[in-house]
Design a protein around this ligand. Structure first.
Ligand SMILES: [Zn+2]
Length: 226
C-alpha cells in the first residue's frame, strides 16, 4: 500500500477496485466531457431517482420518515430494483454528488442495511468527511472519481477548489476533498517522472482509455481557455 492512500482507511486492493469501477463505467457509458451528467447515467442504468417530496406519503407509510430526515438521500433495494430517494431542497451541485454517492453503493454493493420493517436501504449520505465509515468512504470515493476523474483534472490543470467546482459542478466541500487527493497524485507524478522516467497517470490501460475518450473535450477546453 502506498502511503498517500492512507487518508481513506480503505485497503489498497479495494481502492483499486473502486477506481477501476469508475473508469469502467465512464468507458461503458462513453462519458467524454465535464460536468458528468449523473441523471443521464442513472437513466441509462435503469435506476429511478425520486424526490422526498413526491414520495413523502409512501416513505412515511414504510416508516422511512426518520431516514428521510437524517439523510440527504438513500437507496431502496426492492424486488431486484434499486430506487434512490433524495432531498430536493439541497443545492443542485450537492444533489449531483449525493446521487453519484448512492450509485457508488449500488455498483460497489456496499452500505445496505435492513431496517426494522425489513426494507433493505443505504442509510447515511452527506458530504465527505474524515470520519466516515468504510462504506460511506467507498461511496464518496466512487462519486468523487466519477464526477471529477483525476486524469482529466490533471490534463486541464484544475489545481484549485474553485476550478474543480466550476468544471465538475460539485460543492466546495467535495471539490476541496478531491483537490487534496489530486495534489497527492501530482506530487507522486513528479516523483515518478524524476525516479522512473514516467508519470503515475496512465499506468492502467483503463485510465489510458478514459484519457482518449476525453481527448476532444480536453483539447477544446485547453484551446479556448488559452
Ligand atoms: Zn452512503
Amino acid at each position: 500500500m502506498e502511503k498517500d492512500n492512507k487518508d481513506y482507511i480503505i485497503p489498497y486492493k479495494r481502492y483499486t477496485e473502486i477506481r477501476d469501477a469508475d473508469w469502467q463505467l465512464i468507458l461503458d457509458l462513453k462519458i467524454k466531457e465535464l460536468p458528468v451528467k449523473i441523471s443521464e447515467i442513472l437513466s441509462v442504468l435503469g435506476i429511478k431517482a425520486y424526490t422526498y417530496k413526491e414520495n413523502y406519503r409512501n416513505l412515511v407509510h414504510f416508516e422511512l420518515e426518520d431516514v428521510m430526515k437524517s439523510c440527504d438521500a438513500f437507496t431502496l433495494h426492492l424486488n431486484g430494483q434499486y430506487i434512490i430517494f433524495y432531498d430536493e431542497s439541497k443545492l443542485p451541485e450537492r444533489i449531483r454528488f449525493t446521487l453519484a454517492h448512492e450509485l457508488g453503493h449500488i455498483i460497489l454493493g456496499s452500505g445496505f442495511k435492513q431496517t426494522q420493517t425489513g426494507m433493505l436501504i443505504t442509510t447515511r449520505n452527506s458530504e465527505p468527511s474524515e470520519n466516515d465509515s468504510p462504506e460511506e468512504t467507498e461511496a464518496n470515493m466512487f462519486a468523487a472519481r466519477l464526477l471529477a476523474p483525476s486524469c482529466v483534472l490533471h490534463e486541464l490543470k484544475l489545481f484549485t477548489a474553485e476550478d474543480i467546482m466550476k468544471y465538475c459542478d460539485i460543492t466546495k466541500t467535495a471539490a476541496n476533498f478531491r483537490l487534496k487527493r489530486l495534489m497527492l497524485l501530482e506530487t507522486r507524478n513528479e516523483r515518478f517522472l524524476r525516479e522512473r522516467g514516467h508519470g503515475c497517470y496512465y499506468i492502467s490501460p483503463l485510465e489510458q482509455k478514459v484519457r482518449q475518450q476525453f481527448d476532444e473535450y480536453i483539447n477544446t477546453v485547453l484551446k479556448y481557455r488559452g
